[in-house]
Design a protein around this ligand. Structure first.
Ligand SMILES: [Zn+2]
Length: 217
C-alpha cells in the first residue's frame, strides 16, 4: 500500500471511531444494560431474542416492573403493537431490512446496518435518501460485512439535531439517516461512508450478541 493510501485509510478509521464515540456518548445503551440489575438484563434479553427469532415481542412478554425498568433505561420502545428494541422498530420509520423471508423496520440508518450480523442472516437495507427521497439500498452479509458493490451506494448522515430530548427513538434516531451518492451533505452534518457506518453499527450493537438466548423463549 502507498503511504497516501495508508494515510487515507487511517483517516477513515479515525472518522468512524470518532463517530462511534459520539454515538455511545449520546446514547450509552451498552453501558446502561451492563449496569442494570440481573432481572432487567434478563427481561431485555427476552425481548431481543424474540426479535432475532423473527417475532414482534408482545406487551405481555414483560411484567409491569420489567417494562418500567427497561423504559427508564430507554432500552425498549413499547407501542400498541409490541415492544420495539433498538435496532428493531415496531413502527415503519421509512428504513427496513429484508432478513431472509421477513422484513423488519429499523429505528435509524445505523440500526439498519447492524441487523444482518445480529440475526446472522443476509440483510438487504431499503430506505430513501433524506434529501432527494430517491431509493437507497445495500446488502450486508451475515458476518456484518458490506456487500462490495454496495460501498458507494450511499452514506450515513448524522444531521444537526432536530430534537435532543426524550427517547432516543424520537431524537437521535431521527437524525441518523441515509444520503444518496448524488446529494451533498449539509455543512453542519457528520457523514460516514457506508463501510464506515456499517463498522460503527456492528460495534455499537455487538454487546447484544452475547445476550441473545439460545432456543425459543
Ligand atoms: Zn439524494
Amino acid at each position: 500500500m502507498t503511504p497516501d493510501k495508508a494515510q487515507s485509510r487511517a483517516a477513515l478509521r479515525h472518522d468512524a471511531l470518532r463517530f462511534l464515540d459520539r454515538l455511545r456518548a449520546a446514547f450509552p445503551l451498552e453501558q446502561r444494560i451492563e449496569r442494570a440489575e440481573m432481572a432487567t438484563r434478563g427481561a431485555y434479553a427476552r425481548v431481543l431474542t424474540r426479535w432475532i427469532e423473527g417475532k414482534i415481542p408482545s406487551l405481555d412478554l414483560l411484567s409491569p416492573a420489567e417494562m418500567q425498568s427497561l423504559r427508564e433505561l430507554d432500552a425498549i420502545v413499547p407501542g400498541p403493537s409490541g415492544i420495539g428494541c433498538y435496532p428493531f422498530s415496531v413502527d415503519d420509520r421509512g428504513i427496513s431490512v429484508r432478513l431472509g423471508h421477513r422484513r423488519v423496520s429499523a429505528m435509524c440508518a445505523i440500526d439498519a446496518l447492524a441487523m444482518a450480523r445480529l440475526a446472522r442472516s443476509t440483510g438487504i437495507v431499503d430506505a430513501r435518501c433524506v434529501t432527494c427521497l430517491n431509493p437507497v439500498s445495500c446488502e450486508v452479509q451475515a458476518n456484518g460485512s458490506l456487500q462490495h458493490d454496495a460501498c458507494e451506494n450511499a452514506r450515513v448522515l448524522w444531521r444537526h439535531a432536530v430534537r435532543k430530548t426524550g427517547s432516543c427513538s424520537d431524537g437521535l434516531c431521527r437524525d441518523l439517516v441515509f444520503l444518496c451518492r448524488q446529494c451533498a451533505a449539509p455543512e453542519d452534518g457528520y457523514c460516514l461512508t457506508l463501510p464506515q457506518a456499517t463498522a460503527v453499527a456492528n460495534a455499537f450493537f455487538s454487546f447484544q450478541r452475547g445476550l441473545i438466548l439460545p432456543g425459543p423463549v
